[in-house]
Design a protein around this ligand. Structure first.
Ligand code: GLN
Length: 306
């Protein structure tokens, strides 16, 4: 596996230079663009990695999966009274649908949906940022994990679009807590700094019927795990979810920090990181790396159909 991962990084490295690192906040715009790493975490607890797999990066929208898992953990199916699980076909920060659909976001992986999930969690936890940090530390087995304050503050400074979405949902009666407080929690989660190894480990339960392969902790039921994977497979890469299903064929979740998490059910989780993004806000080299990996190992969940 290590040789395969090294070879995949060699093949995708020439793509670096063809994308652009996220520009919407200075803290991300200055990330060194030619970093590239990949880590695989098997359901047997083995870790394989190559490249910059131990370098922390801003997980950004990958955090939306943690938030969703927390919300499902305490509120179960009730969360779907507040939002849907349909692909949006729109950019992650688009507001167009939200007004037409009366403040009910399409899914938990576009920003509006993640904000509703954070609102649900805000009602549940006295200190949502700390609860999340501790949850992620436990899942990843890394007590050092923390949010990057500079990134979180920068996100808050440039919050206008996310704030607009939250206020629009409030106007439609779909937001219960103070908007500013929920935005602070959301940005804290986005600003968590984790390496490819941390991310692959933290989400190991998604490949293992809901149980953390390392500790045995049951994070979600097997049925809930299937459902989270289903939402990732249909909406995890925003308006590129179809392309990701076509090329990679795995449940996945991307972030504008350049990370992508993918799940090979029953086998392993994988996290790839390359900060340069394509036009949809997904890691350019990361997508290609996962395409090559999935092809090499016959991992596509659609392979049974072909
Ligand atoms: N912090 C980013 C935002 O709210 C997260 C977006 C992303 O990673 N797609 O815009």
């Amino acid at each position: 596996m290590h040789a395969l991962l090294t070879d995949i990084l060699r093949q995708v490295r020439p793509l670096i230079g063809q994308g652009q690192v996220a520009q919407y906040i200075p803290a991300l715009a200055r990330v060194v663009p030619d970093q590239l790493g990949i880590a695989v975490y098997g359901v047997d607890g083995q870790v394989y990695s190559a490249g910059d797999a131990h370098t922390p990066f801003s997980i950004q929208s990958i955090s939306k999966v943690f938030s969703l898992v927390q919300a499902i953990g305490h509120s179960g199916e009730a969360i779907w009274e507040r939002l849907g699980h349909e692909p949006s076909g729109q950019a992650f920060n688009s507001m167009v649908q939200l007004e037409v659909e009366k403040g009910r976001p399409r899914n938990p992986f576009i920003n509006a949906g993640a904000l509703v999930i954070c609102d649900i969690n805000q009602s549940r936890f006295a200190a949502p940022a700390l609860s999340m940090r501790d949850f992620v530390r436990r899942l990843a087995g890394n007590a050092e994990l923390a949010a990057d304050r500079v990134v979180a503050d920068s996100e808050y400074q440039f919050r206008a679009r996310n704030a607009a979405m939250a206020y629009l949902m409030q106007a439609f009666g779909n937001f219960n807590n103070d908007v500013d407080a929920v935005l602070r929690s959301y940005f804290h989660h986005c600003a968590l700094a984790m390496s490819c190894v941390d991310v692959a480990r933290a989400f190991g339960f998604l490949a293992h019927r809901g149980a953390n392969p390392h500790t045995g902790e049951v994070v979600l039921s097997a049925r809930q795990t299937q459902q989270v994977n289903a939402v990732m497979a249909t909406s995890g890469l925003y308006d590129e979810a179809g392309n990701f299903a076509y090329r990679v064929g795995l449940p996945g979740k991307s972030g504008v920090g350049g990370g992508i998490l993918a799940v090979v059910p029953g086998r392993f989780t994988v996290c790839v990181w390359s900060p340069e993004l394509n036009a949809a806000g997904n890691s350019l080299a990361g997508m290609k790396a996962l395409e090559l990996l999935s092809e090499q190992i016959g991992g596509s969940v659609f392979s049974a159909l072909g």
